[in-house]
Structures are given as structure tokens and as C-alpha cells.
Design a protein around this ligand. Structure first.
Ligand SMILES: [Mg+2]
Length: 115
């Protein structure tokens, strides 16, 4: 999947959520709702990680299926992208810049070791 397709989905999902929940144009409420949702999804992912390592209660283990972990990773990514959109962050640009920064960090560390 290309980033463009993901971005198109995020734009459509953002519109659907705005229509469904309606925030009356209250930007603060919109951003806070997205932030709380991200926290919820991180909790669900954490629960899946625990379950995969048999560190979850038996009744929770029974409710899982083979796609549960992957779905929670997807939920966290989608919710993060929705929050970035709500905050007017150009996430494609931010990711590219961060990837460059991390690459440079390792290249610099490697060149320091050679000296
Ligand atoms: Mg979830």
C-alpha cells in the first residue's frame, strides 16, 4: 500500500467520524477526543501484546483471534494519523524528516567510531 492510499483513507475516515460524532466545530474537543481515542487504542494494543505472551487473564485470551494483534497495530496507526490530521501535522513530511534524522544519527555514530 502506498502512503497516498493511506492518506486518502484517513481523510475519508476523518469526514465519517466528524459526521457521526459531530463536534460542533469545537477544535479543542475534536483534538482531545482523538487523543483519548489514541490512548484507548494503545491500551488495546498493549493488551494484545500481553495476550500474545500469555500474560493476560484467561477470559481475555478466549476473546482473541489470529488477527487481533495486527488489527490493534492498525488501529494505533490509523488513530495516530487522525490525531496528526486534527493537529494539522504533515505526517508524510514529518516521517521523512524523522527517518533522515535517525539515519544521520547512525551514520554520525559510525563515523565517530572510525576516528
Ligand atoms: Mg482497537
Amino acid at each position: 500500500m502506498e502512503f497516498k492510499a493511506l492518506k486518502k483513507f484517513i481523510d475519508a475516515e476523518d469526514e465519517r467520524l466528524k459526521k457521526h460524532y459531530g463536534n460542533g466545530g469545537d477544535q479543542l474537543k475534536h483534538v482531545l477526543a482523538r487523543t483519548i481515542k489514541l490512548t484507548e487504542e494503545l491500551g488495546e494494543l498493549s493488551g494484545e501484546v500481553l495476550a500474545c505472551n500469555f500474560l493476560q487473564r484467561k477470559e481475555k485470551l478466549g476473546r482473541r483471534d489470529e488477527n487481533s494483534l495486527a488489527e490493534e497495530f492498525a488501529d494505533v496507526i490509523i488513530t495516530t494519523l487522525l490525531l496528526a490530521k486534527a493537529m494539522d501535522v504533515d505526517i508524510e513530511k514529518s516521517l521523512a524528516e524523522k527517518m533522515d534524522k535517525v539515519d544521520r544519527r547512525y551514520k554520525n555514530a559510525k563515523s565517530r567510531l572510525k576516528r
